[in-house]
Design a protein around this ligand. Structure first.
Ligand SMILES: [Zn+2]
Length: 289
């Protein structure tokens, strides 16, 4: 340990060299040439001094720390997104790039409020049921919500009933759906998204046994999330009423869905896919096709 006096003497005599970006101040201690603050902290009793960062070094360190945090957040986000099973097509779906029209404006505003009020959504277990005709952008809207929640450090699973059932039958065939499997994750994750809900039950009369089995398994999963009070977000071509009237889904399931869907959001048709088709058709036309 060197006392303050010894230190000042060492700097004055040059025994202790100054760094290239330092100059010797009137108090015989090194100062930063750039920000003119002292690089040594003198203790209250005035006897000792320890090297510290000057203002610009501290600022630089803060910036690096922020950058490090940002990179870590981004890495964790990519990791959560990978685990969410959100399809490649929707990985970059977000509120800023969404095509907002007079038809979907209200739905998007509600979706934004949903993620903005994340703490309340979790506290009161607020789920959503988004429905509308084909090509109204339901999947895009729910994918935007999913990405935003992933960014806010929530663990999400974005799946559909067909995938869930595939996993379940795989587990029956000994291929396993252990603790890390899809079903376990659907039950445990903060938010579960079930896309295109009901589609699997179209034409169920043709295969009553498998459809009954699918219903049982679906009820099991929904029940687990319901009991754990975790929010679920459904998207569907059918209104909740139509799940019974059109698809003939078991009443107990529909009641459960109804309870879980705190808010129902209807998307009016803009037919995004036919817009794409129109554009493509124009391109093809210009090519003389
Ligand atoms: Zn400095």
């Amino acid at each position: 340990m060197t006392t303050l006096k010894q230190l000042q003497e060492a700097f004055r005599s040059g025994e202790e060299p100054l760094r290239e970006d330092e100059y010797l101040g009137d108090d015989s201690l090194p100062y930063c040439k750039k920000c003119n603050t002292r690089r040594w902290f003198v203790t209250d009793d005035g006897k000792w001094a320890i090297r510290v960062m000057c203002d610009c070094q501290a600022e630089e360190a803060r910036k690096q720390e922020d950058e490090e945090k940002r990179r870590k957040h981004l890495d964790e986000f990519y990791n959560r997104r990978e685990l969410s099973l959100l399809g490649n097509r929707y990985k970059n779906a977000n509120f800023t790039t969404a095509t907002i029209t007079s038809n979907n404006l209200e739905a998007f505003e509600k979706a934004k409020s949903y993620v903005k009020n994340l703490q309340e959504v979790l506290k009161y277990n607020i789920g959503l049921y988004v429905y509308g005709d084909n090509s109204t952008g339901k999947t895009y809207l729910t994918a935007c919500i999913c990405n935003e929640l992933l960014w806010r450090k929530q663990n999400c699973i974005y799946t559909n009933l067909a995938s869930m059932l595939d996993y379940i039958s795989a587990s029956y065939n000994g291929r396993g759906d252990g603790k890390g499997g899809l079903l376990a994750r659907i039950k445990a994750c903060d938010f579960a998204f079930i896309d295109d809900f009901g589609k699997e039950f179209l034409g169920r009369e043709a295969q009553p046994t498998s459809s009954k089995w699918a219903e049982e398994k679906l009820f099991e999963v929904l029940n687990e999330r319901y009991n754990a009070q975790k929010p679920t977000i459904f998207s569907s071509n059918y209104s909740i009423g139509e799940l019974i009237s059109v698809l003939g889904l078991d009443k107990a399931i529909v009641e459960r869905v109804n309870e879980m869907a705190t808010r129902v959001i209807k998307l009016e048709g803009d037919d995004f896919r036919s817009d794409v088709c129109k554009r493509k058709s124009e391109i093809a036309k210009r090519l003389g096709i």
